[in-house]
Design a protein. Structure first.
Length: 286
């Protein structure tokens, strides 16, 4: 199928892009990698009056480490994230999660900001943002604001970004030295959207373990598994504690059932994948 008619703009600056979004009053779509938006246009599930192409804005791309966090321009390609030595050293969880994203052509065009702004709860990057307490920077005509994952994601494919706001940057805190990590995911075929995924990071803080756990595909937004994290903090990382944390993770999610999997199946996947992710993260922790 062919997309419906739309106006096309290719701004050169962030301010120009924001002004265009405001001009259309919520009836324009930013175009980043296009790996999600273009199929929606072709099936006419999205009918924007205009596309605002962000690919000619150099200020929106790049990876840099600053003051204990790694900052990603929203237009940074997933392929660049996958092979960045900065990310491999500072955020190995993100490197591993990126390898689960679609296939090579998708990662070559898809962007970190586009994935997060699209807010598909099955996607890997929203889960990593949630697990690592990252933030995004949104710029609109009223200025910039910082949003945590909890403040950004509202429901399926829905965020709290205003019609004139553009997600410009993603910031993730550097993982502590010696941290373990894992991203476990189950899909019917590699590259398909995950039925459920689990992001895990853990490290020793003195004599105590600190864990960070979040889901993909187990509800309308990524779920931070705080009660499961608390079990690891209290009981450590022995097999009984890991099993208890995994069982608690299944109780914390409220997935929907669909033609791909029932809600109960997704809950059980949450339990299984949380256990796998924790065991792998423990094995990698130093």
């Amino acid at each position: 199928m062919k997309p419906p008619r739309f106006d096309y703009h290719a701004p050169r600056t962030i301010d120009e892009a924001v002004a265009l979004l405001a001009r259309y009053g919520g009836d324009a779509k930013p175009l980043a990698g296009g790996q999600s938006l273009v199929p929606l246009l072709n099936f006419r599930l999205a009918r924007p009056a205009a596309l605002i192409d962000l690919n000619r804005i150099p200020a929106l791309a790049g990876i840099r480490e600053v003051d204990g966090h790694v900052a990603f321009g929203a237009m940074t390609r997933q392929r660049a994230v996958e092979f960045s030595p900065v990310v491999a050293r500072a955020l190995p969880l993100l490197t591993e999660a990126t390898r689960w994203v679609g296939h090579l052509p998708i990662r070559s065009r898809g962007t970190i900001g586009g994935s997060i702004a699209h807010a598909d709860p099955s996607a890997e990057y929203p889960a990593v943002l949630t697990a690592l307490d990252g933030i995004v920077i949104a710029r609109g005509q009223k200025g910039e604001r910082e949003l945590t994952a909890a403040a950004l994601f509202e429901s399926y494919l829905t965020t709290t970004l205003a019609p004139d706001e553009l997600l410009t940057e993603v910031r993730l805190p550097v993982m502590p030295a010696g941290a373990g990590w894992a991203f476990e995911e189950f899909a019917r075929r590699h590259g398909d959207f995950a039925l459920v995924g689990v992001a895990a990071a853990l490290w020793r803080d003195g004599g105590r373990w600190t864990a960070r756990l979040a889901t993909a595909g187990a509800g309308p937004v990524p779920v931070r598994l705080r009660d499961a994290e608390a079990i690891i903090a209290r009981d450590g990382v022995g097999e009984e504690a890991v099993a208890a944390a995994a069982a608690r993770a299944a109780e914390l999610v409220q997935p929907d059932g669909d033609l791909h999997a029932s809600a109960d199946y997704r809950r059980n996947l949450t339990r299984v994948l949380t256990g796998r992710a924790l065991r792998k993260a423990v094995g990698r922790a130093k």
